[in-house]
Design a protein around this ligand. Structure first.
Ligand code: G3P
Ligand code: CA
Length: 368
């Protein structure tokens, strides 16, 4: 979608909608449940292929494109508020570097074993974070999105919920929240544990049990187990490379590879309802970079009673298997339809995508 069209759509939606979630919007009946149309289309950080990620605008456009769920990643402010950012380091996706009043907050820190030099959400109050504006994370790949740099605030979880409640009314359907806790062990060590405020905020807004259109996801294990003690909301174990960070810090040898075996998946099913694997667990790439053959991961996860929602599908060539790239421009769009069809054929229950409109179109076409 051209950016001017996305912006027009967004503005028409935003100005037409009530932005405060009042009793009327909370209780409005939804004609279609968020989980009705399998496989789920989860808008990865919003419609982040079209607008700067983790902004109300990116989430709203994703909903207007038909996404079933939007995906906020959450970090904590110094005063314990939940904000949507992929990283607690703010330099890549906000204009913090342009704020002279925050220049002295720049520092080095090791987050999840990686040394970083930047600005960190835990050093900023909620009011200070509200003075920042979002910028495009990958301007070389998505130059069109940079036209919106500086336009949008960093949203709180409550603001995202309010947006969803309002859009449910205008769209006449339930819209889900697929929320990731980012760096949970790190925030716990700072005395800013995310789990309780997250569950309490959701409960205040009527999201309290497994029937709610909510999934909570994490790459770590301990905080999912803690969430299971606090809530019956649905939980999803994410799978990356190596080990979950909390397991590293606990000195446990558990790896994602072990968690992907039939026995490992059964153990995950003791506390989670689903798994969110890097898509390579489902269909790895061959040595030459082309798309390979499906593994047993989906069948083994289903046998353990787990839903499977792989991440992350992106339309640009540089993110696609080499045999599905089109032309030589890494930022040009390749044959993502072919990649999506191959993954949908494996029986996955949903997927994370930066361009939800593409997956919605394919999913709906397959249903007819
Ligand atoms: O949460 C699924 C997927 O978003 C995980 O990767 O790094 O984009 O949060 P990331
Ligand atoms: Ca995420």
């Amino acid at each position: 979608m051209p950016i001017h069209q996305a912006r027009a759509l967004l503005l028409s939606a935003l100005f037409a909608l009530p932005f405060t979630a009042n009793a009327e919007t909370r209780e409005a009946p939804a004609a279609k449940g968020a989980d009705d149309g399998k496989p789920l289309i989860i808008a990865h950080r919003g419609a982040s292929g079209y607008l700067p990620e983790h902004t109300l605008a990116a989430y709203a456009v994703a909903v207007l494109q038909g996404a079933d769920y939007i995906e906020p990643d959450l970090v904590m402010s110094k005063d314990g508020q939940l904000f949507a950012r992929h990283d607690n380091e703010l330099g890549l996706t906000t204009d913090v570097a342009k704020h002279p009043e925050f220049a002295d907050r720049k520092r080095k820190a090791t987050i999840d074993g990686v040394e970083l030099d930047g600005w960190f959400s835990e050093d900023f109050t909620a009011a200070e974070l509200k003075r920042l504006r979002a910028i495009e994370r990958i301007p070389d790949v998505r130059p069109g999105n940079t036209r919106l740099d500086g336009q949008f605030e960093i949203p709180t979880l409550q603001e995202i919920i309010d947006l969803v409640k309002a859009l449910q009314v205008s769209q006449g359907r339930e819209i889900g929240l697929y929320i990731e806790t980012k760096h949970p062990a790190h925030f716990q060590q700072l005395g800013l544990a995310m789990e309780k405020p997250l569950v309490e905020t959701l409960a205040r807004n009527g999201y309290a049990d497994a029937k709610a259109p909510v999934y909570l996801q994490s790459f770590e294990v301990s905080n999912l187990k803690a969430l299971r003690q606090l809530s019956s909301l649905r939980l999803v174990q994410l799978y990356g490379k190596g080990q979950p960070q909390d397991q590293v810090e606990l000195g446990n040898p558990l790896t994602y590879e072990q968690m992907a075996t039939p026995a490992g998946l059964k153990a995950v099913a003791q506390y989670a309802n689903g798994v969110g694997p890097d898509k390579g667990y489902v269909i790895p790439r061959k040595a030459d970079g082309s798309l390979g053959e499906p593994t047993r991961f989906v069948a083994d996860a289903h046998a353990a009673g787990l839903l499977v929602h792989p991440y992350t599908f992106r339309a640009e060539n540089q993110f696609l298997p080499i045999n599905l790239q089109r032309g030589s421009d890494p930022a040009a769009r390749g044959d993502i339809d072919a990649e999506l069809r191959a993954f949908l054929a494996t029986g996955i229950d949903g997927l994370f995508i930066d361009q939800p409109d593409i997956a919605v179109r394919l999913r709906n076409a397959a249903a007819h």
